[in-house]
Design a binder for this molecule. Structure first.
Ligand code: ZN
Length: 97
């Protein structure tokens, strides 16, 4: 399934995603989070930048990786536990989007 979200929707999704997956905020630095999001396009990166300051308030660390490697994550749209990256789930698998 292919669909398009505008940037406002993406911000809402990222906020829900981070709230549902606090372990990702604990484990990741903001730069790593942005790198992961950027691989899905600049519109996702812009949305992430707009909201991530509210969640990542620690100094950025030299830590590699992104949100995908953290194992189980919860989709903010359908509530399912997903193993891949959120944008990929939303574009291909999510039943609620
Ligand atoms: Zn979903």
């Amino acid at each position: 399934m292919v669909y398009h979200l505008d940037e406002h929707d993406k911000r809402v999704i990222i906020r829900r995603f981070l709230e549902l997956n606090p372990q990702l905020v604990e484990a990741k630095d903001k730069a790593g989070f942005h790198r992961s999001v950027r691989s899905h396009g600049t519109s996702w990166l812009e949305a992430a930048r707009a909201v991530s300051d509210d969640y990542f308030d620690r100094p950025e660390r030299l830590q590699q990786g992104g949100w995908v490697e953290q194992g189980e994550q919860t989709c903010p749209m359908c509530g399912e536990v997903i193993e891949g990256q959120l944008p990929t789930h939303l574009e291909n698998e999510c039943t609620a989007a």
